[in-house]
Design a protein around this ligand. Structure first.
Ligand code: SF4
Length: 317
């Protein structure tokens, strides 16, 4: 069995927005995720990270490219293998308010997947749901209540229990902590970590800032305008970022030591992220890159392995 549970190969998701215009939300990304690790996918809003997540779980149909899950191309799955895939991969959404049906009890929200896949019924179903509630830090008294009776953090715990109900191997968490109070974010991150240890889960953890993925990710991919800019381990990315875009994202994270914070130089990016409907020629980051050169407008740099396990797409390397 390959060490990679997921391999994304030249994945593209383009949306036809009319008038012959294409929105290239995801434009040829490559990365692989090892079994049992957490891969953080980071970038500003509109960079394509959520679209990538939704295309990987088949909520969107890919324009082209391949996604291999346990070695099988998920876009070619049919019948029983498709059912098996649907059980193996689950998603936790950003907005715990919008993603839970307000008219359903927590028991039925969590039990829906169990029913669809015929995993348990009657007493066994109820016991499973109670155990899931305990596993995510809630309790069985919560089963008969409705989503509006819970706080944001508790609703996200319910969303996680729902995802776990069908015993997936792989979870795509799409900005799962962005909508929560800062004080609750660390608790939910710790819950993800605990569940990973207990169940051997693999995560694709999508976030818009590097500070959020720092403590949970083993490796991180940085996206900009539908392209992957840099992929490496969490330690290497923080200690020695290669891509100018990653450098700027890191420089935006405040350092807790006020002395160090005062002395360091911030990289302030000029301008807005260009529209993905009309991306710049060559390197998509060139209109904001403090190190841009002539050739950056002429060709898109290839992703290169600059040092072992450290990949970047930039003409500087
Ligand atoms: Fe900057 Fe050029 Fe590198 Fe793009 S390729 S990040 S514009 S130096």
């Amino acid at each position: 069995m390959s060490e990679h549970i997921l391999e994304v190969k030249n994945l593209k998701k383009h949306f036809d927005v009319g008038g012959g215009r294409l929105l290239k939300a995801v434009d040829g990304i490559n990365f692989a995720i090892k079994r049992g690790e957490t891969f953080g996918l980071v970038g500003e809003s509109g960079c394509g990270k959520s679209t990538a997540g939704r295309t990987i779980i088949r909520l969107y149909e890919a324009t082209s490219g391949e996604v291999l899950f346990n070695g099988e191309n998920i876009y070619k799955l049919k019948g029983d293998s498709l059912k098996k895939f649907n059980r193996s991969m689950q998603m936790v959404f950003q907005d715990p308010y919008a993603s839970l049906n307000p008219r359903m009890t927590i028991e039925n929200i969590i039990g829906e997947g169990i029913d669809i896949h015929g995993l348990a019924s009657g007493k066994e179903r109820r016991e499973r749901i109670y155990k899931l509630l305990r596993d995510v830090g809630l309790n069985e008294e919560h089963a008969g209540r409705f989503p509006h009776e819970f706080s944001g953090g508790q609703r996200q715990r319910i969303g996680i229990a729902r995802a776990l109900a069908i015993e997936p191997q792989f979870i795509i968490a799409d900005e799962p902590i962005s909508a929560l109070d800062v004080s609750v974010q660390a608790q939910v991150v710790n819950l993800f970590k605990k569940l990973q240890r207990e169940r051997g889960l693999t995560y694709l953890f999508i976030a818009h800032d590097l500070a959020m993925v720092k403590h949970i990710s083993d490796r991180i991919g940085v996206m900009y305008l539908g392209k992957m800019m840099e992929v490496t381990t969490s330690e290497m990315l923080y200690a020695k970022p290669l891509h100018p875009y990653t450098e700027s994202l890191l420089s935006a994270i405040p350092i807790p030591d006020p002395e160090v914070e005062r002395q360091r130089e911030r990289i302030i990016l000029e301008g807005e992220v260009p529209s993905p409907l009309n991306p710049p020629s060559g390197c998509p980051f060139r209109t904001r890159c403090p190190k841009a050169m002539k050739q950056c407008a002429e060709s898109m740099p290839e992703m290169k392995e600059v040092e072992p396990g450290h990949f970047t797409a930039c003409h500087l390397y």
